[in-house]
Design a protein around this ligand. Sequence first.
Ligand code: ZN
Length: 400
Amino acid sequence: MTERLYLVDSHLFENECTVLSCAPADGGFDVTVDRTVFFPNKGGQPCDTGTLGPVRVTDVREAGDELILRTDSPLPVGERVTGQVDAARRLDIMAQHTGEHLLSWCAYTLFGGVNVGFHCALTYATLDLDTPLTPEQVKQMEDMANDYARRDLPVTAVIYDSEAALEGVPLRKHTEGLTAPIRVVTIQDADSCTCCAPHVHRTGEIGAIKITAAAAYKGGMRLTFLCGGRALAYFQALQTTVDAIARRFSTAGEEVLSAVEKQESELKEVKKEKAALTARLEEYLTAELQAQAEDVKGKKLLVKLVDADPKRLRPLALATLPDKGLTLLLTERNGQLTYVLCAKGLKLDMGELIPAVNLALGGKGGGRGTLAQGSAPTPAGLGETVAQLKAYLTQRVRND
Ligand SMILES: [Zn+2]
């Protein structure tokens, strides 16, 4: 059985140990030692990494009572080596983990919300509650947790030999199903709960606690949060973004919201004006196009390449139609040709005509009755093709 030194002192970052076994595994080596400071992947958080003598420890996992240290190189069995965890990584994860104890206790104390899940990644951590909370309640628990962190309260771990010995210990999480020895982690004046992971010595080590997201999750809520250095890095990145936006608006960071709101309402006005101007422009364009339509045996024919928004081509084409006539409008944007074929008061079916238009333009399109449309990569010699299409459609309208 590996003696787990982290259970007794979370700030012990190195220790002497003896290599008990070493076997090749998955491109590395699985090593066991008699005693270690390394914490495994457990309880929703990542393991310690570090060194074991001259070799690197990349992963630590539990196998029954043993801890298996995955190393990048082999070690001789019986060798005495020094194990050393990456202290910055351990301290960062302990800050997130103890921050989670405080947040869970605040949610429980304030709103009766029970922690039903915890996950700590290397860049963020999440905490799942069985109760949905309002944004005000989330802020309230965040304020309270930060207050307790600032008070720099001692955090202690006590190991109980039996469940009976636990009687009378006020626990946030009940202990049913746990087998002795049972480790209870206590934050003075606040939380007590069973836990096997390393924690900070005092709540001041947690630093600032920031909840960055709160989303509905399985009938309750998933809170994403950052503690200590992670919270600071988050604020620094946020400030860089806000400062960059403020510079664009030539204003101070605190004024940026009202500057954005002002621009938003100006943009709304501009869009309204643009819509009105576009409508008027289309009226003129429609009249101009109608004037260019040619008479074919008492019917009007309009075939024209126009400069128009492809999304507006269909209403524009329909607006040009007289009581009896046919229109083919085409527009070209960024190498893409869009076309609309429509008719009124004719026997011709656009579904029957569109294949010939598609073929001439090398495009794809369809429709039936009085309307068809299509698109194509802008073909070479477009002007000439349009002239040929006009001749063809003139023929068809004449014979209608
Ligand atoms: Zn814990």
